[in-house]
Design a protein around this ligand. Structure first.
Ligand code: KMH
Ligand code: ZN
Length: 285
């Protein structure tokens, strides 16, 4: 059973929200030719992941040279590639790449996604810094409220859970009134991808949180997925977060990762949520 408090009656308690993050901004196409980096490849990935059990897609967009971009026409093209081919809930990343300026990241909402990621603090990110100063967080949050885009709060560290309480206290609930977070664990510079860290994070969540998911980067993927399932949480997977299916064996495609967590969910007696159930669950328009 999921741990969700105040879940809408139309969504049975055994449902498992699977979000796929197929591309990310960190991996080069040259290093991983199977990474979807064109609208055509994205559409094929979205269809396969939907069939495998995903209900939402977390999108980072690439340009014609396969480089990360926040160019608005390309964002719109990628959103359309998903919408024209599937009924997946579309979540656009506002995190972008570590090199993207804050003003461009705010403009992501112009592409009219149903959901957007919203990271709750600055994090060391390997040798780089993923910058999320408080004024940026509050501006993005208020813009999302104004545009009725439902944020998914990304939590890379335990201090960011506290920052989420602060944000909700000061600015109130998101559009739709539900509060969904995602623990992004195992980033070098953030919290570790361990069951202990997930327990600590979940224990500190503000009361206003209605649901949460978790993803473990790299080799922490399975530990985090199993810990999340054991606590009634939801799951994110995808080639943004992990590129090997087991030690030394590259992931073939995103659907392989979705299929694996859907099977783990089945063992835990959880049924993949459909995109329409996810819309009700997240209060996405
Ligand atoms: N690419 C990372 C620096 C998000 O999508 O909002 C940030 C990230 C978070 O992936
Ligand atoms: Zn992302």
């Amino acid at each position: 059973m999921s741990e969700d408090r105040r879940a809408p009656e139309s969504v049975p308690a055994d449902r498992l929200l699977i979000t796929v993050a197929p591309t990310g901004a960190e991996t080069a196409k040259a290093d991983c030719p199977q990474l979807p980096t064109t609208p055509e490849e994205l559409a094929a990935t979205a269809i396969a992941c939907r069939e495998a059990g995903a209900a939402m897609i977390h999108l980072h967009v690439r340009d014609r040279e396969h480089k990360p971009t926040l160019d608005l026409p390309l964002l719109r093209e990628w959103v359309a590639a998903v919408r024209d081919n599937t009924d997946l809930v579309v979540q656009l990343s506002t995190g972008g790449s570590v090199h993207d300026p804050l003003d461009k990241r705010l403009q992501v909402l112009d592409a009219e996604p149903e959901s957007c990621s919203l990271t709750m603090g600055t994090t060391n990110f390997g040798d780089d810094v993923f910058s999320n100063p408080w004024p940026f967080i509050t501006e993005l949050y208020q813009l999302a409220q104004e545009r009725q885009v439902v944020p998914e709060f990304e939590l890379f560290d335990l201090g960011q859970v506290h920052a989420l309480s602060r944000l909700l206290d000061k600015f109130g609930l998101p559009a739709g009134g539900r509060v969904h977070c995602d623990f992004v664990m195992g980033v070098p510079g953030g919290m570790p991808g361990t069951a202990a860290a997930l327990v600590a994070g979940v224990q500190t969540l503000p009361d206003a949180v209605t649901s949460w998911s978790a993803t473990g980067i790299g080799r922490t993927t399975l530990a985090v997925a199993l810990a999340s399932l054991s606590m009634g949480g939801h799951l994110r997977v995808g080639m943004e977060d992990v590129l090997t299916i087991k030690r030394g064996v590259p992931v073939e495609n995103n659907a392989q990762l979705v299929t694996r967590v859907a099977a783990l969910g089945e063992l835990a007696q959880r049924v993949p949520m459909s995109p329409d159930e996810a819309r009700a669950f997240l209060a996405v328009r």
